[in-house]
Write a protein that binds this ligand. Sequence first.
Ligand code: SF4
Length: 118
Amino acid sequence: MNKNLTCIECPKSCELIVDIENCRVVKVSGNQCKAGESYCLAEIENPMRVLTSAVLGEGLALKMIPVRTDRPLPKAKLLEAMAEIKKIRINKPVKPGDVIVNNFLGLGVDLIATRECL
Ligand code: SF4
């Protein structure tokens, strides 16, 4: 099976054709450098995403406080992560970068606030 991807590793935005067999990358074409191959391998075999969302504030100026993970987490974990985020309540002031949940879901990433809320 072939899949088309646009490499986002640099502004050249190479259009890549990825040959995939059994969920594994067997060939990449269209890339102008090795970074394109690495991008395809990660995107097809272990896609990662930074999660951005919001958690409920209680007794604070904002009802919803924006948050994100400080690093990417496996894309396959996003639904589980969103379900966990829905359970979180913040009842004390936060500023950007404050850790809301350390080692979120045991994935080695922190969930941090992205906006001040008093
Ligand atoms: S394949 Fe290389 S040159 Fe092309 S967009 Fe990716 S990083 Fe840039």
